[in-house]
Design a protein around this ligand. Structure first.
Ligand code: ADP
Ligand code: MG
Length: 484
């Protein structure tokens, strides 16, 4: 729980998010124009998107299906009747003069998201609604000193606006919410979740209240935040700003603000007085959207295992800690990779090598699992050599490094370098005898009570065997020898 310490007491953050998630679809919501990212400006524009007179919108079934799918993934109510409204405003990048959205009757109602927090704790955040709407075009002010250009490639692209209850209480919870939502839509395949390409953007609503208060304070809305890190920074800044106002006896103006990434501050975009009156009304070109209950049931049958279920299964089936299970299921590709490694092997061992070993390397080199220098099969091969005592965990670390460098199989490296561990009791005993003989003085000290020397003897035997002595056998024999 993040509370902010003011000069007059403690304050609590109250945060609700509106996330715009672009639906994965080849065509736009009401036209057949392409949605490919990065095309030449105005290459993806149909007459409908450009709002030529007489053009009529036709709903894209795939987008409706994805909205329903997402709703089901959020354990939300699916509304079999929903209505498209016109949200009217004038802007150069909105040729129709209105955006088609859903206002009073959205396609998806109340649902929930479970946040994964530090230490394996969870917290449930309510979803208020999810509705379908069109994206707007883009005004480009940086192309010419005198003119503004308009790119309509995004105009009409299908968005899901996902609105949360004001249930979050800190920047960390907000980050956890965004991560979980992104994971869910990626698992479902309904949005690619790429915030840097604008496929997921959020408006952060934040108000402050005295710790223990039940009523909500006046909120500000920080528009169009396009990364989780920026959302967290904006929240920290905005919370302090509001506390300062409230503690000096002022009131927070309900307004729309922007996060200035270069200055690291939020600043006013428009106040409540300047707020738009959108004059929503049902779009006369579109009938109410009626869904068949059987169709919704069919979609429900095709839902994949979602992050929460996968996490719980990993804990149960592989004996993983909540934390490891959370890390492994955050991205579906990572979870799939882990399951390939773990198949028929010790789950905990597999989890350690994937999370601490491989993820560590991937993080350092900025790669994702699809670019992993070691395949799941190869990592499994290394784990097999540990499990059947061919190599110790200590040697396995060196083999792992070698695999990263050369791309060779673990078994090949062990063979070429002669790393097979010595499990032959006779051979280990012989080495121990040699070391004890050469260090008779230390043996005497050990026997006189200097227990710490045990590690010294282990080290010496390991050194003599090139680190290849089986650690368990070595420790056992050494103990016997020293106690005789
Ligand atoms: P609007 O559409 O005008 O932005 P909504 O009532 O739909 O208003 O709320 C938008 C978001 O603001 C929701 O995510 C909601 O949880 C959040 N919210 C509403 N009131 C508060 C508040 N007092 N403090 C923080 N967040 C709030
Ligand atoms: Mg809003």
């Amino acid at each position: 729980m993040a509370c902010i310490q003011g000069t007059t007491g403690e304050w609590e953050m109250v945060i609700g998010l509106e996330v715009h998630a672009q639906i994965t679809s080849k065509a736009k919501l009401f036209s057949g124009a392409s949605t490919v990212f990065g095309n030449e400006p105005n290459a993806n524009v149909s007459f409908v998107d450009a709002a030529f007179p007489g053009m009529l919108p036709v709903i894209n079934k795939k987008c409706v299906e994805h909205a329903v799918r997402t709703g089901l993934g959020l354990k939300a109510q699916i509304n079999l009747t929903s209505v498209f409204d016109r949200k009217n405003y004038f802007y150069a990048d909105l040729p129709a003069g209105y955006q088609i959205s859903q206002f009073l009757q959205p396609i998806v109602g109340k649902g929930e998201i479970i946040l994964d927090l530090k230490g394996g704790e969870t917290r449930t955040v309510g979803i208020t609604r999810l509705h379908l709407e069109q994206d707007a075009g883009k005004s480009m002010h940086d192309q010419s000193p005198k003119e503004t250009y308009v790119d309509l490639n995004r105009a009409g692209v299908a968005l899901m606006e996902i609105v949360s209850e004001p249930d979050m209480r800190s920047a960390e919870e907000t980050a956890a919410y965004l991560k979980k939502l992104r994971a869910i839509v990626r698992y479902l395949g309904t949005c690619d979740g790429n915030m840097d390409e604008g496929s997921m953007r959020c408006d952060v609503n934040l108000s402050m209240r005295r710790m223990g208060d039940e009523t909500l304070g006046t909120r500000c809305e920080i528009k169009n935040v396009n990364s989780i890190r920026f959302a967290m920074q904006a929240i920290e800044y905005e919370a302090r700003r509001q506390v300062e106002i409230l503690e000096s006896g002022g009131t927070v103006d309900q307004e729309t603000r922007l996060w200035d990434t270069t200055k690291g501050i939020t600043r006013t975009m428009r106040s409540k007085e300047e707020a738009h009156d959108y004059r929503y009304f049902p779009d006369p070109d579109l009938l109410p959207l009626k869904l068949d209950a059987a169709w919704v049931d069919d979609i429900a049958k095709t839902l994949p295992e979602l992050p929460d279920d996968k996490k719980n299964r990993f804990i149960k089936d592989y004996g993983l800690t909540v934390y490891d299970a959370m890390v492994l299921t955050a991205e579906k590709e990572n979870a799939d990779f882990f399951e390939k490694v773990a198949k028929g092997r010790d789950g905990k061992l597999a989890s350690n090598w994937v999370t601490s070993g491989l993820f560590g390397v991937l993080n350092k080199t900025g790669k994702d699992i699809s670019q992993s220098p070691i395949s799941a099969e190869a990592l499994g091969g290394l784990i097999d050599l540990i499990s059947d005592d061919t190599i110790s965990s200590r040697i396995a670390k060196d083999v792992f490094e070698e695999m990263l460098e050369t791309g060779k199989e673990a078994a090949t490296i062990v063979k070429e370098k002669g790393l097979r561990q010595v499990t032959d009791i006779g051979a280990i005993t012989a080495e121990i005898d040699k070391i004890l003989e050469a260090n008779a003085d230390k043996v005497a000290q050990y026997k006189a009570g200097k227990d710490k020397l045990f590690g010294f003897f282990v080290g010496q035997v390991m050194k003599a065997t090139g680190g290849k002595a089986n650690p368990a056998a070595l420790s056992k024999i050494l103990k016997e020898k020293l106690s005789s």
